[in-house]
Ligand binder design. Structure first.
Ligand SMILES: [Zn+2]
Length: 112
């Protein structure tokens, strides 16, 4: 199972953890709450306090811009300069991968 990295305690709306994902087209790393769908293009600029949505996009598709998404690796996170906010998720958690698959099935079909 690949490593999963999260930011903050949880989504500002109070959902589950916000995971770090990347666009497969250009490796751009962004934060995504797969539960409510909010996404943040610049995770390091956010406070990650409950109730503070910051510069959230209503849907990850706005940031993904037609690309498939996948879990950001530690290498991706370091390259994006986000290692100071990224935290490894519990290894037994597999829901992020399920949500990413579901996202790609729904929105990533055009990118091949
Ligand atoms: Zn959420």
């Amino acid at each position: 199972m690949p490593d999963i990295f999260t930011v903050g305690e949880r989504c500002p709306l109070g959902c589950l953890a916000v995971i770090l994902v990347k666009r497969t087209t250009d490796q751009k790393v962004f934060a995504w709450c797969g539960t409510c769908g909010l996404a943040w293009a610049e995770p390091a600029a956010e406070t990650w306090q409950l109730g503070d949505h910051g510069a959230a996009e209503l849907h990850a598709a706005i940031i993904a811009n037609g690309s498939m998404i996948e879990l950001a690796s530690w290498k991706d996170i370091k390259k994006a300069g986000l290692e100071h906010i990224a935290r490894p998720a519990e290894p037994f958690e597999d829901w992020p991968e399920y949500l990413i698959r579901r996202y790609n099935d729904t929105y990533g079909l055009q990118s091949g």
